[in-house]
Design a protein around this ligand. Sequence first.
Ligand SMILES: [Ca+2]
Ligand SMILES: [Ca+2]
Ligand SMILES: [Ca+2]
Ligand SMILES: [Ca+2]
Length: 394
Amino acid sequence: MKAPKIDYIVPSADCRPSKLPGYCEYVISPGEEVFDLLVADLNDDGTLDIYPHGHDSEDKVYLLPSMETSQFRAQNDRHGCDAADLNQDGLTDLYCTNGSQKGKGGDGNKVHLREQNGRFEILNPEGAEDKSGRGRVARFFNLTGDERPDLIVTNYGENSEVDFEPSAIYKGIADLKFTQVEAVDLANSGELCVEKADWDGDGYEGFLLCDRQVDSRLYVNQGGQLINVTEPIKYAKSWTDAKVFDFNNDSFPDFVAVTKVGLLLVFENSGNADEPFSKPRVRVHLPKILDMPIEDNPLLRPRGAYQLGIFDANNDTHPDILIGTDYPTSDGLFRGDFVFYGPKYKNYDSLGSVASGTGHIASYNHHSLVVARAGSNWSGEVVLLTPAPEKNQP
Ligand SMILES: [Ca+2]
Ligand SMILES: [Ca+2]
Ligand SMILES: [Ca+2]
Ligand SMILES: [Ca+2]
């Protein structure tokens, strides 16, 4: 098969060489804490922009390729955000979860409604304020098959003093207006990854939820009805991240997951809506996070966590997988990020030891990823990992 044309993005900045052959890194943000990473076209000019966000009250959207920043005042205690046009005026808006004082209640989740001048107005999303429960991830998806964006919000209920809102699904019913869907019990363990997909190709989207503490869950949406199809899935315990991708090009979405104990799993969709996934096609043990035995480092044991991103790193049309580990620096260096090459994912390149973990990885385009070497409680840089522009010269 002929290799596809590389879709280059060349920001107005210097690109630092990467250890990944042919790649370089544009530093998008030199140092901030990052709760979640959003890649979306936030000025509606047709080019994807980057919005790393955490607890800061002054927030920046990085517009590409100019690297101009659009700064705005964000809500307090903001966690995960997602983008959609919520009032159907053609301008992309944001919905962000709120930590709600570690889940004790208080201020709820917010909409950041974009105005013509590029600023955002902070408003309450009626019916989806979600005032208690420590907000984690927000993701828009298509629950009902209409044009109104629907929403999944995950909550972490670690605080025993109050009744928590568990994670919830909200149906969009009007501009900035939602109603909660009661049919699905999503628990309150603060799922840190929510990936949506139309698993059975009927135009309605289901999703999967990664859960570091209990089993992960996968739902198919059959004509507007969500059905839990997790049971036949092997190794569904303690996924720390997952991403959806059509690995075998049959137009049914597949996915890859990484687990707390260091397994890389690729699942391919059978096309059967009642049992789309069972055994993984690929099961690979990842290299150790540290050179020292994990038992010698108590900090790592309770939170072993990998992140992943999908891109074609060697331009052979097979999707490759960047694996990162999400620890702040404490003792010594991490063995760093790895790129595993498809279709078998047995061979890999190491991108070298790093002084801090990788908190989030998001897709930018077919050959590029956004990598946050920062987490919600440690700061670091956010980079665009992309083919070096020299390669684009004829
Ligand atoms: Ca843009
Ligand atoms: Ca709008
Ligand atoms: Ca597929
Ligand atoms: Ca490849």
